[in-house]
Design a protein around this ligand. Sequence first.
Ligand code: ADP
Length: 202
Amino acid sequence: MKTDHAVELKNLTKTYSTKNGNKVHAVESLSLTIEQGEIFALLGPNGAGKSTTIGMMAGSVVRSDGVLKIFGWDPEVDYLKTRTLIGVVPQELNFDPFVNARKNLEYQSGFMGVAQKDRWIDELVKKLGLENQMNKNTRQLSGGMKRRLLIAKALVHQPKLLILDEPTAGVDIELRHKLWEFVKELNQKGTTILLTTLPGRS
Ligand code: ADP
């Protein structure tokens, strides 16, 4: 079982080729190390390459060059292994619109191969204050509740690394405070946290 650093990037590079033959250098030779148990923020303006970097970590974007390791594993070589180690809270909603909130969490558990899911889902639901939302269709949830459900969904398989892509976007002060307390608690229990943020956001 590899452990190592939580995240290790060496000269990580992603160049997109556009249809008209141009090249977009989304990430250029990025090197950084995140130790296990850290809270690490990637700060950069829109277009800086944060989402592309997260995509490469999660194995959904193929890198052009460089080294990328998650707890010692390379997502392009050991996709399934790294997928279970990472939970990503994306900026955009990724719910199944045809089933209720609870089922969204259960389906994700099944997708991640979690065997005994109910107790942990119950705990997440309680921690995130989602108790009264579970029977609702996700389209009926308020913006804040959708955010909480996105976080619950990223945590169903108890990942060792939680990645939050601009977690404060569109979130009011009170919820921001609550979510931050929750993230700190997860971190104290051993989860490594990576978040992206825009300059000027607190
Ligand atoms: P951030 O998350 O920091 O806003 P992104 O990683 O989304 O930055 O984007 C970095 C750069 O890569 C931007 O110039 C963006 O337009 C470009 N980009 C992102 N995805 C693609 C893609 N699939 N094809 C071409 N260019 C892309």
